[in-house]
Design a binder for this molecule. Structure first.
Ligand code: PGA
Length: 248
């Protein structure tokens, strides 16, 4: 069975004072019934990891370089994330694909580097609004999965996050049937390529998940959790999403 995961992506938000949100989250969920991950900005990873060491919440990065080290000003390697205390890394987020021109090929190489450093990869896929309107969502997502997931991944090393680009940070969420269709297609593609391991990989939905809509999203087949942006910044909001996942 895929593990249930509530993952928070703080993006370029948060400072030292924001670490108090983690204390509040832990106080609300001392023994959570699902996996919880927070991916803060790189500057906070080590402090967050120290603060919650030994507890039930994992810490992750938001991207990593394809190389282990070298002349790549401003970049961060997977091993550096791991040394700072990260156990996971988000790769292929649409903001990285759009702002930094990351291709499927680059993301695949990042995923290989991340796994070599022992990090669990959360690999993001999703269509733009123009692609949804052109009715090519499944082709786009299928191409991203085929192009960016390395060979040899397992349920223990890879999680997929389906995030329609037009739903991220907009307050717009796809119809339940639209989410179900894409998650079913992702599951089928993973099983087709990886066999039983494809059935063990978690598939998260991301894009404007809030405490108020989480329960109906988590009731959909093949939705194993959420990748949450805005609503992960405040413990009170993220806690409501975690509770909905625990109840699903
Ligand atoms: P959002 O972001 O929850 O703010 O829509 C989701 C994401 O980008 O992972």
């Amino acid at each position: 069975m895929p593990r249930k995961l509530a993952a928070g992506n703080w993006k370029m938000n948060g400072d030292g004072a924001s670490l108090a949100e983690i204390d509040a989250l832990l106080a609300a969920h001392p023994a959570p019934g699902v996996d919880i991950l927070i991916c803060p900005p790189a500057t906070l990873i080590e402090r967050m990891a120290r603060r919650i060491a030994g507890g039930p919440v994992a810490v992750g990065g938001q991207t990593c370089h394809t190389a282990a080290s070298g002349a790549h000003t401003g970049d961060i390697s997977a091993a550096m994330l791991a040394e700072a205390g990260a156990s996971h890394v988000i790769l292929g987020h649409s903001e990285r694909r759009a702002d930094h021109g990351e291709s499927n090929e680059t993301i695949r190489a990042q995923a290989e580097a991340a796994m070599a450093a022992g990090l669990h990869v959360i690999l993001c896929v999703g269509e733009t609004e123009a692609e949804r309107d052109a009715d090519v969502t499944l082709e786009v997502v299928g191409g991203q999965l085929a192009g960016s997931i390395p060979d040899g991944v397992t349920g223990a090393t890879l999680t997929v996050a389906y995030e329609p680009v037009w739903a991220i940070g907009t307050g717009r969420v796809p119809e339940i049937a639209q989410i179900a269709q894409v998650h079913d297609a992702i599951r089928a593609a993973l099983v087709d390529r990886f066999g039983p391991e494809g059935g063990a990989m978690s598939i998260l939905y991301g894009g404007s998940v809030k405490p108020g809509n989480a329960a109906e999203i988590f009731a959909i087949a093949n939705v194993d959790g959420a990748l949450v942006g805005g609503a992960s910044l405040k413990a009170a909001d993220f806690s409501g999403i975690i509770a909905a996942l625990e109840a699903a």
